[in-house]
Each structure stands twice: as structure tokens, then as C-alpha cells.
Design a protein around this ligand. Sequence first.
Ligand code: SF4
Ligand code: MG
Length: 339
Amino acid sequence: SDPVLKVQDLSVWYPVEQGGLFRRRTVDLKAVDGVSFELAPGETLGVVGESGCGKSTLARALLGLVKPRRGRVLWLGEDLVKLDDEAMRRKRKELQIIFQDPLASLDPRMTVGDIIAEPLWTFYPNIARVQVMERVRGMMKLVGLLPNQVNRYPHEFSGGQCQRIGIARALVLNPRLIVCDEPVSALDVSIQAQIINLLRELQKKLRLSLIFIAHDLSVMRHISDRVMVMYLGRSMEVSDAASLYRRPLHPYTSALIRSAPVPDPALARFRADAGLTEDMPSPLNPPSGCVFHTRCPYVVKRCQRDVPALRRMPDGNWVACHRAEDLDLGIVKPAPVKL
Ligand code: SF4
Ligand code: MG
């Protein structure tokens, strides 16, 4: 079916002052630089990359919370970039965001019931209170909270429960798209799976489109239909999840997979060795050509000079690497490491 969201050549630049007292200059930090992708109804796109790669800026730009330098965000055919603040505010009925730190994103002076109800009051000020509370209790049940806890305060709940409250609040207006900005990064590993499963269930039940942002690939494996890999504000690869994990197209994707945390300590050490050693370059001064060339094990001369375009491969996946055709980055199980 037709995509609900089409993002075209989206760029968000922040002006940054640099230099000392006498040689001040303004440099553009290209937080997001020419990102394009599409999202189908009911689809989940994972967005992954190290911190500082522009994931959160992308999330904010999609929801109109920061103004892009250029590009289009077509939501059901309408360009959100062109909307004024008031028109964008009205779009919140359809587009919602869930933040990383569940407790910090909930007002500590409000009861859970009032937190979940607030978007309803904003959009429907004349709605009857009994109707609101009925909806709130329904939402609490939907996300696995006890409706009789409606008058409690956020600090009385665990981190995982607070994230459920955040999800209930995001869903109360029946949105069609939810952007989840690292929704489980602040949670214990044991709780992460519960929240991811909940999001997946809700997504199926409500036919939501989801954008699920994370800094490592392991947490999004079970929720993403497709994954976009970002590096220094750019899109390096957009692939369906199954082929991305089995046979990544981009050397950076492959490094991320190999450096993902794994439970086996021997394997973990192997993967750390095989993974990313050099630090990420400053986004204020990104490398020429392919922005990944300073960390890429497969770099050739051309990579330092020419920016690789994101291009479509025969299998329908997208990659920005000059050498995508001649590299085979299939993830083979590493030989057992002797302890
Ligand atoms: Fe590595 Fe060159 Fe591909 Fe960039 S274009 S990922 S430097 S091989
Ligand atoms: Mg972030």
C-alpha cells in the first residue's frame, strides 16, 4: 500500500559558534544531512546509529519540533515542513512521540490519570470528564497498567511502568504514527523486552506506523520491518531487517552488528575486537568523501574524494558505499575463542 510518510532529502543544520575572541566564525553542524526514506501503514522502521549521529534530531524534525534547512516531510501527501506551529500542533492527533527517559518526561505533580488525559483535554476541551476517565482507564488496561492506579503519581511507578504511562499518553488520541526515541535505553535489560513486546502488540492491534530509534541493533531486531543505519547525519543503509542482520550491505552496519553486546563473554571480546575502535569524527568537521572512510576497513582512494550516493541494490535494499557490489559482509559465526 501507499506510504503514509515520505521523507525527502531532509537536512537539519545547527549554526555553531567556533573559535576564540578574535577569530569567531559560525559553522553549520549538519545534524541530519540529506536523509530520505518512506514508511508504509503498519510498518516499523528502526533507526540506528551511535550517539550524535542525528537520530533524535531526525525524530524532532519529523514532528516539527525543529525546522529543517531543506527537504520535505510528506505525511499523507501533505508537507509538514510548510505548516505553521498551530497547524503542526493540530497534527499531534496523528503523530506522537515517546521519549527516552520515562520518568523525566512525565510531570511529577500530575496523577497518572491526568497525564494520560491531558492530550484529550487539549484537543477536546468540552468533552465530559466521565468520558475522559473511561478512555484513560481503557488506555491503562491496553498498556498493561492497573486502572485502579489512576490517581497515583509517576514516582510511585517503576521505570518500565512509567514508559507504559508514556505510551498510553501517546496513544490516547488514536495517532497513526508514533516516533519512539530510544524508548528502552534508560530501562533495565530485563524490562526492555517487555516494552518492545508491548509496542509490537500495540502496533499490530492499532495498525500503527512506528519509527523506533535505538543506538544498538540488538534491541530493535524484534520490532523492525526495515532498518535505517545513520552515521554523522547521513543514511548509510536502509534494508529489510532480515537481510540487514544476515548480510549487511554497508561496512558500518557490519561493524555495528559485530560490536553489539552479546551474552557470551568470549564472543563479546571477539566482537569488541572486530568492531569499532576509532572514535567517531566530530560532526562539525566530517571527513571528506564517504563520511565513514576514517573508520572503514575497506577504504580505497576514491572513498576519500567522492561522496557515495544512497542507491538501490537489486534486492531492493539501499546502500551508500562505493564498494557495495564487491564486498561480501555476510555475518559468519566467528571461530570459537580460546580462553
Ligand atoms: Fe568504506 Fe569506501 Fe564504502 Fe565508505 S565508500 S563505507 S569508506 S568502502
Ligand atoms: Mg538521542
